[in-house]
Design a protein around this ligand. Sequence first.
Ligand SMILES: C[S@@+](CC[C@H](N)C(=O)[O-])C[C@H]1O[C@@H](n2cnc3c(N)ncnc32)[C@H](O)[C@@H]1O
Length: 228
Amino acid sequence: MFWQNIASMYRFIKSSWRRRGFQYTINIAIKELWFEWRYGVETIELVALDDMLDIDSELKAMATKYQATYVHTFQGFLDELNDVDYENGFLDLGCGKGRALMLAVLAGFKWVAGVEFSEQLVEICEQNISTFSEKTDKFEYDITLGDAGIYHIPDNVCFIYMANPFSEDIIKSVLKNIDETLARKPRPITIGYTTPIFAPLIAKYGYKRILEQKDPQGIVTAVAYRKN
Ligand SMILES: C[S@@+](CC[C@H](N)C(=O)[O-])C[C@H]1O[C@@H](n2cnc3c(N)ncnc32)[C@H](O)[C@@H]1O
């Protein structure tokens, strides 16, 4: 695993440094390797949709491959959002191998949930979280195998995270599901969205943009929306 991660980071540095600049690229790579080593987990390796043999093709057509959120991006993003309510739940839609869930725990959330449609990734996620939990403070978690578009959003969740997991149609279903939980239990809700391709859609559902994060090229890497 160690050499596999080094090889992945070598490929990443080669493809990223001209675009993002050397310093920024190295910062990302170091944090990636440190996270995997420190917590004994495996989240770096990409998984192509073609290798997710257990998923029906209609859902696959609306999905993106597995790629972990960079530690650098996630931590920078939460740091800038200085009013996050860590007492309530964190939900990652399309949680993959669990990287964002573990980073949410490190940030201070005590209850995290993830939904992921690939059984193979759910198994890796469970394994990662179990290893990670031996090295961190106590927290609770819930991983669900299934389609995020029909996932019933728990009423204790106040932060919903999406790392560009799927297309517009599924995001619309998610936004309706959020409205349902808010109707049951009114509360402020924050959506964090990295590689935010369909961000304008969120604004149409009555959310206010509260944060925008850019890389050195000026490309928007993450946004946050809030509905009160
Ligand atoms: C870009 S990865 C993000 C992984 C993780 N959230 C992270 O930040 O490290 C997107 C993930 O969404 C999952 N996914 C895509 N469509 C989905 C759907 N409809 N329901 C559940 N998971 C989905 C993919 O299998 C993949 O693991």
